[in-house]
Ligand binder design. Structure first.
Ligand code: PLP
Length: 406
């Protein structure tokens, strides 16, 4: 452990899947003097960030902004739409899906936790934690719910604990095919502004997201993008809510203000982040993440280690989970890499503790920061005695050289 007063030379490599590195441009914006959150300049800022977020969520409908981490926005999604004892269908895709399910229990809901059955023979890990949401299972479950007790289907778009994405349009089709009125609520806390996400086109009712991943901001702001159906449900839902209530936030933020003190300086940062992302254009942002992910996966495959996501159709563009051989504590590798090379990797969470680590490749990265990251991981694996089939660093260099950035 490095004492805080002995900062190592050079930049720390923050390659966890969020918080992601904050660009200097955003840090400078955040450092501007705080202004009156009821004054005229603030309204301009507030309206700008809401309009920019609508573009990033790909929605024409309201986006509520909370001065809270992503967990707060999870809670907002549930308390604004549900009544005590409501049944919700949630899908186990990893640690974050499990935490949202636990929250639903604490709020007095009755979540049913659907999961792909079985374990993977090669790794001994649950199949549900290596694949995306099984839309066919959702459809089958909803068809059985002829009394329409289930009030919402809740899924995670980019499961940060595994590096697996889910096909949200397919979940919408499953709900429609079953002719079921349940709301579709989606967590894209780590997917937004890195992986393609379309709130309106995919028929999502509530999208939950946060600041510290693809938006390249520090933690501390989170969002609910809403549909007209979700807003209507909000008027009849009976779970208690005050701070999270959509009605006042949506009404006031249309004019650029909030019912309470917003985190002004993070909103400066958000304004700057939106300029960066929208100036580049969403298609280019998504392509950049896909290209990085391809190079990182090529490195992992060259090492001869399994990628946590077992389905190539849903590899995450945001992070890659690397499974270590049985008997090798992935957390010990991660700690060694941090101690020796000042590089932070994501830990294995929940059922994956000690079995895998995660490499974040999101936000303010480039080819060379990722090459350095892969070099740190390769050295760490070798120092930990992991037998490698080949050099991932050499393979990633080839991929980057062969596929120039657009
Ligand atoms: N959902 C997902 C997919 C996440 O990745 C995270 C955090 O990493 C959360 C929810 C919880 O968000 P927070 O830690 O900002 O409260």
């Amino acid at each position: 452990m490095i004492p805080l007063n002995q900062h190592p030379s050079g930049r720390h490599f923050l390659q966890i899947p969020g918080p992601s590195p904050v660009p200097d441009r955003i840090l400078r914006a955040i450092s501007l003097p705080t202004i009156d959150h009821r004054g005229p300049e603030f309204g301009v800022l507030g309206r700008k960030v809401v309009a920019g977020l609508q573009q990033v969520f790909q929605t024409r409908h309201p986006v509520a902004i909370y001065p809270a981490s992503g967990t707060g926005a999870w809670e907002a999604a549930l308390v604004n739409t549900m009544s005590p004892g409501d049944a919700v269908l949630m899908v186990e895709t990893g640690h974050f899906a499990a935490l949202w399910q636990k929250m639903a229990v604490r709020l007095g809901l009755e979540p049913e936790f659907l999961a792909l059955p079985g374990t993977c023979a090669e790794t001994g890990l649950p199949n549900a934690w290596r694949h995306g949401v099984p839309a066919a299972l959702i459809e089958a479950r909803l068809r059985k719910d002829t009394a329409h007790r289930i009030q919402a289907v809740c899924v995670v778009h980019n499961e940060t604990s595994t590096g697996v994405t889910s096909d949200i349009a397919a979940v919408r089709r499953a709900i429609d095919a079953a002719r079921h009125p349940a709301l579709l609520m989606v967590d894209t806390i780590s997917g937004l502004a890195s992986a393609d996400f379309r709130h309106d086109a995919w028929g999502v009712d509530v999208t939950v997201s946060g600041s510290q991943k693809g938006l390249m901001l520090p933690p501390g702001i989170s969002f609910n993008a809403l549909s007209p159906k979700a807003l209507a449900r909000g008027r009849t839902a009976r779970l208690p809510r005050a701070y999270w209530a959509w009605d006042e936030i949506v009404e006031m933020s249309a004019g650029g203000y909030w019912p309470y003190t917003p985190n002004t300086n993070l909103l400066y940062g958000l304004s700057e982040a939106l300029d960066m992302i929208l100036d580049q254009g969403l298609p280019a942002v998504f392509a950049r993440h896909q290209r990085w992910a391809g190079a990182v996966r090529a490195a992992v495959q060259a090492w001869g280690l399994p990628v946590q996501c077992a389905d190539p159709a849903v590899y995450s563009p945001v992070l890659t989970g690397v499974i270590t051989p049985r008997g090798v504590d992935a957390d010990a590798v991660r700690k060694l890499v941090h101690a020796r090379f000042d590089l932070s990797l994501g830990t294995g969470l929940g059922k994956l503790k000690g079995r895998m680590f995660r490499i974040g490749h999101l936000g303010d990265c480039n080819d060379l920061t990722l090459m350095a990251t892969l070099a740190g991981v390769e050295m760490g694996l070798k120092l930990s005695g992991v037998p490698l089939a080949g050099s991932g660093v050499a393979r990633a260099m080839e991929v980057f050289a062969e596929t120039p950035a657009a």
